[in-house]
Design a protein around this ligand. Structure first.
Ligand SMILES: N[C@@H](CCC(=O)N[C@@H](CS)C(=O)NCC(=O)O)C(=O)O
Length: 205
């Protein structure tokens, strides 16, 4: 199996965490999705990473589909519950983590543009609201529980953990821990797991 992605891509990190949790061997192909020489568009017409190439050569995208595939081919631990309602709830957590991450990616990329090309304050405020409201809902729904869903580690925890990890990486000035003590505690535990600690984002420059 080959995973196409970059060390900076949060969505690729999400899949690297899943691969590590499932203890699945893979080859990492470091590439962006849409550079002229990228092999990704031949596999994924959307030109996005992560793209996974299965052992039979077929390609999979986006990260929710890849995560479900890896959970299906790997053995324990099961990251997505079988039961319908539980599964939908874990996938909702995943959508929340992915959506917050998308907003952080958008803000981070926009800030790298020359100031005269950047969107206006209203554009930034809309993305900021997604991050703020998303974190507030995560904090509320996590509450006093040890895990985001049920009584064990699932894809829901990966979704929250990689989103918070990317927030620290891309927007380190956002001080979210004091306002979200439950998330802060969960993040500390998740960041200590080998799947998280072995897949850090590189330094921003
Ligand atoms: N919803 C996608 C998002 C993937 C995504 O946006 N990847 C970015 C890198 S972080 C990318 O490849 N962007 C290139 C492009 O959009 O052309 C997923 O979950 O896999």
């Amino acid at each position: 199996m080959k995973l196409y992605g970059t060390p900076r891509s949060p969505f690729a990190r999400k899949i690297r965490i899943v691969l590590a949790e499932k203890n699945l061997p893979y080859e990492m192909v470091v590439t962006r999705g849409s550079t002229p020489d990228s092999p990704v568009p031949a596999l994924n017409p959307l030109g996005k990473v992560p793209t996974l190439q299965r052992d039979d050569g077929r390609a999979l995208y986006d990260s929710p589909v890849i995560a479900e595939y890896l959970d299906g081919i790997g053995s324990t631990p099961k990251l997505i519950p079988e039961d319908f309602e539980s599964r939908i709830e874990v996938r909702r957590w995943e959508a929340l983590g992915d959506g917050v991450t998308e907003a952080i990616v958008a803000v981070n990329h926009e800030r790298l543009e020359p100031i005269e090309k950047q969107h206006n304050a209203e554009w930034f405020a809309k993305r900021q609201a997604k991050i703020t409201l998303g974190l507030a809902l995560m904090e509320r729904d996590l509450g006093k529980k040890d895990w985001c869903f049920g009584d064990r580690f699932t894809l829901a925890d990966i979704a929250v953990g990689y989103a918070l990890g990317y927030l620290d990486f891309a927007l380190p000035e956002v001080e979210w821990r004091s306002k979200h003590p439950a998330l802060a505690k969960l993040a500390a535990r998740l960041n200590a797991r080998p799947s998280f600690s072995s897949t850090p984002h590189p330094e921003q420059h």
